[in-house]
Ligand binder design. Structure first.
Ligand SMILES: [Zn+2]
Length: 203
């Protein structure tokens, strides 16, 4: 158990250090883009994993009318894609929040192999890809992480500081069961909390 916990904490530290930039700049997508979002893959192959992402995003966001992705394709053929996704074996992260991601290279980085980062995911690939995608698409839609990382980027969930305000650049979910709260033990559940849905509906 302790070993498991240590791994969780170290994975968390990695995760946090990689996501500090996430809340740096943000703005909501204009409605016209959010409901007509073009998404492209900058990395080839991984067809099955990509399908899992598409299904997770449709299940949690699309089916609730929180966003509508009108095309998924290869970045080479979609120079004007709004969201550009790169697959790499590193911490999953976004390079901004919401509309700040528009047409940004490597705007969203997802991990499909977990050889270096979050290695426990290797044995539960679909579960991790599904859950992490739902979290990262929370950023895509304009949500920041719930927990304020400590200044040095390393943190544990003991004595966590929950953000309390919506700042000018990002909406911060403040309920513990949010998929944006990685101190929530089931933040990788791949299921938006009711409070997440409520917040996103107002964006
Ligand atoms: Zn995050």
């Amino acid at each position: 158990m302790l070993k498991k916990l240590c791994f969780f904490v170290s994975a968390l530290a990695l995760y946090v250090s990689g996501t500090v930039s996430t809340s740096a700049s943000a703005m909501a997508w204009p409605e016209g883009i959010r409901m007509n979002l073009k998404v492209c893959w900058a990395t080839s192959d991984f067809l099955e994993e990509k399908q899992w992402v598409i299904e997770a995003v449709e299940r949690e966001y699309g089916s609730r009318g929180l966003l509508r992705i009108t095309s998924w394709g290869d970045c080479e053929t979609m120079p004007d894609a709004n969201l550009r996704i790169t697959i790499a074996d590193q911490n999953a992260h976004t390079k901004g929040v919401g509309g700040a991601l528009d047409q940004v290279e490597h705007g969203l980085v997802l991990n499909f192999t977990f050889k270096n980062w979050s290695r426990s995911c290797k044995s539960k690939l679909r579960e991790c890809i599904d859950g992490i995608s739902v979290h990262e698409f929370g950023h895509v839609l304009g949500l920041a992480d719930t927990v304020i990382p400590s200044a040095d980027g390393s943190t544990s969930c003991e004595g966590i500081q929950i953000a309390e305000h919506n700042d000018a650049t990002a909406v911060v979910p403040t309920s513990f069961d949010s998929v944006m709260n990685y101190c929530n033990p089931v933040w990788r559940s791949g299921r938006l909390a009711p409070s997440d849905v409520e917040l996103l509906t107002r964006l």
